[in-house]
Design a protein around this ligand. Structure first.
Ligand code: PLP
Length: 458
């Protein structure tokens, strides 16, 4: 008899597991943020082959605690300030657990009516909170990289058949996912233009227009432009209204990468950052970055869903899907490369309902206030300088000195295990990045991290 997990065993182990999760979230500050392990450490401790015979769940959970947890870099730690800090949340975790329990796959409506409709409803709520036009259709993908890949595929479809080389424009500071999307869509490296930025790291509209003119003169076909709201290195905002106007003038598909900063537009006082987005053909925002939804959940909006559908449609529905077609229903896999779809909307719905627009606004406002206060400490200390404007919850800064001094400072901070920051290059210099995005981060976390940083600076 193959092993079975009885409902009683599942119940008892699930209770223990939830207790472990609750303790983990409560005591997370006791863990080093960055895993203190060498490459290969875990692999060396695990058997080379999987077990012939099933093992007891107690032993597996014990190994999770003993072997796996020490090799975890705790992205859920309130002092994880690297990259764009992300955060799960109680309601998000519960939604994720229930999605795993249901294990539904809403490739077509009939195989997941609730999942299909909840995806539309929860993305509709978020769309309203962001102030995006009502006609924007939303679909969930795993990551912004996948959302942008779909946008590029749609943009190519919209450009129609032509033999001239297609050209895509984005800024020098765009996320690598834009380049990857172009490559994955088969466009080739020569098809990507990285437009120069100004002294606040924003795409220069005049350089964009000049590049388009050059390409047109050379017989190439500009087809897509991807500005970023909240660039990865510095959180700068490309000038969307101007870029949108250029996109309209040259009939380019306008895809907006608002993966990180998009959620800020939930706040009335930040609504303006999406000015121009009403003209976008598509836009991506990542609730798994700054909306307390466990990875993975990226929201792709488009005013032209029919183009996505056309780009990915087959001549005929395969026989194995025909029986599950329902007239009048939306089949979300018609709009995506993936046929299978996880019930991701459940966790987003839990998060949006639990916190509400007011609660989310308050948390984001708090993050931005803490970032401004951290920046004020940097500014007030003559050993340090700010390296970029602080627009949201990211602070880029450096100590006066060489790149090596700053790299060493970053290593020293991170090796304490008490906080984790990342680095980047701005204006040719290495800078440190402190990004606040965890739901549990407090003023004390930020203050103590500043104390740590300043204690290491000469
Ligand atoms: N766009 C921006 C501006 C980002 O900062 C990132 C990641 O940090 C991405 C896109 C890619 O996001 P994902 O990891 O969801 O593909």
């Amino acid at each position: 008899m193959p092993p079975q997990m009885s409902p009683e065993e599942f119940r008892a182990t699930a209770h223990q597991t939830v207790d472990w999760i609750a303790d983990y979230l409560r005591d997370i500050r006791d863990y080093p943020v960055l895993a203190n392990v060498e490459p290969g450490a875990l692999a060396a401790r695990l058997p080379k082959s999987g077990p012939e015979r099933g093992e007891s769940i107690d032993v597996i959970l014990e190994d999770f605690r003993k072997l796996i947890v020490p090799g975890v870099t705790h992205w859920n730690h309130p002092r994880f300030f690297g990259y764009f800090s992300v955060s799960s949340s109680g309601p998000g975790i519960l939604g994720e657990m229930l999605a795993a329990a249901l294990n539904t796959n809403h490739m077509v409506w009939k195989t997941g009516p609730s999942a299909t409709e909840l995806e539309q409803v929860s993305l509709g709520w978020l769309r309203q909170w962001l102030g995006l036009p009502e006609e924007f259709f939303g679909i969930i993908h795993d990551t912004a990289s996948t959302s942008t890949l779909h946008a590029v595929i749609a943009a190519r479809e919209a450009a129609g058949p032509n033999t001239d080389p297609l050209i895509l424009y984005t800024s020098e500071h765009a996320n690598l996912s834009i380049d990857r999307a172009a490559l994955a869509a088969g466009l080739g490296r020569d098809s990507i233009r990285h437009i120069h930025i100004d002294d606040e790291f924003r795409m220069r509209p005049e350089s964009l227009e000049a590049a388009i003119a050059d390409d047109l003169a050379a017989g190439r076909k500009p087809f897509c432009v991807i500005p970023t709201l909240g660039t990865t290195s510095s959180s700068s905002l490309d000038p969307l209204p101007e870029i949108a106007a250029i996109a309209q003038r040259y009939r380019l598909w306008l895809h907006v990468d608002a993966a990180y900063a998009g959620p800020a537009a939930v706040l009335d006082e930040y609504r303006h950052i999406l000015k121009g987005a009403e003209l976008a053909d598509s836009l991506v925002v990542n609730p798994h970055k700054w909306l307390f939804t466990p990875i993975d959940l990226s929201a792709l909006y488009t005013r032209r869903p029919e183009i996505f559908r056309r780009a990915l449609s087959l001549d005929q529905t395969p026989a194995y899907l025909q029986a599950t077609e329902s007239s009048g229903a939306t089949n979300l896999s018609d709009y995506s490369v993936a046929l299978g779809r996880r019930f991701r909307a459940l966790k987003l719905w839990f998060v949006l309902r639990f916190y509400g627009r007011e609660g989310i606004s308050e948390i984001l406002r708090g993050h931005m206030r803490m970032a401004r206060e951290f920046a004020a400490s940097v500014r007030a200390d003559p050993r340090f300088e700010l390296a970029a404007p602080v627009l949201f919850s990211l602070v880029c800064f450096r100590q006066h000195g060489s790149d090596d001094d700053n790299r060493e400072l970053l290593d020293r901070i991170n090796s304490t295990g008490s906080a984790f920051l990342s680095g980047t290059q701005l204006r040719g210099k290495f800078v440190l990045r402190l990004a606040i995005g965890n739901i549990a981060t407090t003023d004390a976390d930020v203050q103590e991290t500043w104390n740590l940083i300043s204690s290491f600076a000469p």
